[in-house]
Design a protein around this ligand. Sequence first.
Ligand code: FAD
Ligand code: MLT
Ligand code: ZN
Length: 486
Amino acid sequence: MPTSSGHEADLRNALPGGVLALLLEALGPTGVLTDPADIAPYVSDWTGTLHGRSPAVLRPSSTVEVAAAVRICAEAGVAIVPQGGNTGLCGGAVPGGPGVQVVLSLGRMRRVRAVDPVGDTMTVEAGVVLATAQEVAASAGRLLPLSLGSEGSCTVGGTIATNAGGTAVLRYGMMRELVLGLEVVLADGRVWDGLRVVRKDNTGYDLKQLFIGAEGTLGIVTAAVLRLFPATPQRATAWVALPDVSAAVALLGVVRERAAGSLTTYELVSREALDMVLSHLPGTRDPMPGSHPWYGLVELAGPASAVDLDETLEMALGEAVDRGLVLDAVVASSPAQREGLWRLREGVSEAQRIEGPSLKHDVTLPIGDLADFVADAGALVEARLPGVRLVTYGHVGDGNLHYNLSGPVSGDPEAFLALHHRLTEVVYDAVARRGGSISAEHGVGTTKRDAIAAVKSEVELDLARAVKHALDPGGVMNPTKVLPNK
Ligand code: FAD
Ligand code: MLT
Ligand code: ZN
């Protein structure tokens, strides 16, 4: 076993006297990690660019243990950083800032407490991995529709805390729309049992909404009641080549007209993004001859007995080809081919990470402004850094682009990252001019905390600070995240 360096030993001693012993007593030896080698995976983020420090990682196995840990930490003034799968892309789960911060991982809270296929709900603990929750719902003949590239690692608690989006928002909404009830450990260690299973509940303030998207700054989600939907065993999936972003937007209208409620996914991938996937991810291949500037992934889904969705999709695409909106199209003819097309879209984050450091801009715009934004922001970014690579992709059906930048080929990565603020500034300005948002689905964490100050009014920030103060007067819940300094 690696031993602690002198430096990390000092950090461990940073916990106020007696706190470690109390935590060990409450959580047992498997519930508290203090060896730096064990702590290391919990203090760096998925991108590998954000690193924090923590004297301990707490791993409670029940709500009672979470509450005990929070009480001990709050009384000692030790801040807590909740963590699920640590796949967040804004630094929210990484400890940082002044003072001692412990990571509290929900990874051992993995029980599925109930599945109700009649009431269409499931009650799961926060540490359940999203893909596992989807599988449990499927084995009961239901659908949990939240779907993300990180679903094999991210947790239900993390997706609630970030109000995650993903590839089925077009039809089912973001996580906020899928949550009926929550169980939350508050900043003073009390437990709020808000595990309601009904959809209609107008009994005053809808308190669960405060914790959804709060990124762990108001309390720790320990369990949730999620909405389920009818299973959609029939899927029709196409990969289409598009001449430009205007055509992509027009195609959305055509498919919506034809497919009505069965349109589930509509994603955009630029050629630059596809090239990164093809060059870095083994087993991927370009499904079409030639090169096109943009691609779309379109999926319809429905019950087995519905109209033939392949036929519906082919008719919509035929109309789009006639109107010059689609240059070429491939409709998946087998599950393996469908999976291959999905990999081209979902692999972009991983491929860009392998390529090297990147600047992530998770923006939304009114759909009608997307083409104009792409042209305008592209010119401005290129003017600031000639040769910059625009790796643009995302959930175009929601107006949400991942407008991610990679440095020039063979450029110096450090020099590229040094331009971070200058590049991000022009992107965010272009978003603001069109009434968009600088965080569509990833959240704020630390990486967007200061930028938020520029786009929110003082009134809005004051309200947010008042909520924070009311729920966490001691400032122990994930401090330094989400809210900009005054
Ligand atoms: P973590 O990263 O552990 O935590 C995220 C934030 O939530 C932190 O602030 C943390 O303190 C807080 N938190 C975690 N658990 C709790 C809890 N139980 N109670 C209170 N606070 C908590 N996001 C999307 O929205 N859409 C996408 O399409 C998408 N695709 C992705 C693809 C890849 C390859 C990757 C790496 C990430 C992607 N993400 C996406 C981002 C990320 O997966 C989501 O934000 C996800 O919701 C994070 O879940 P997690 O369990 O990993 O949370
Ligand atoms: C995705 O949709 O693939 C992710 O949210 C984007 C990202 O990693 O920036
Ligand atoms: Zn996304």
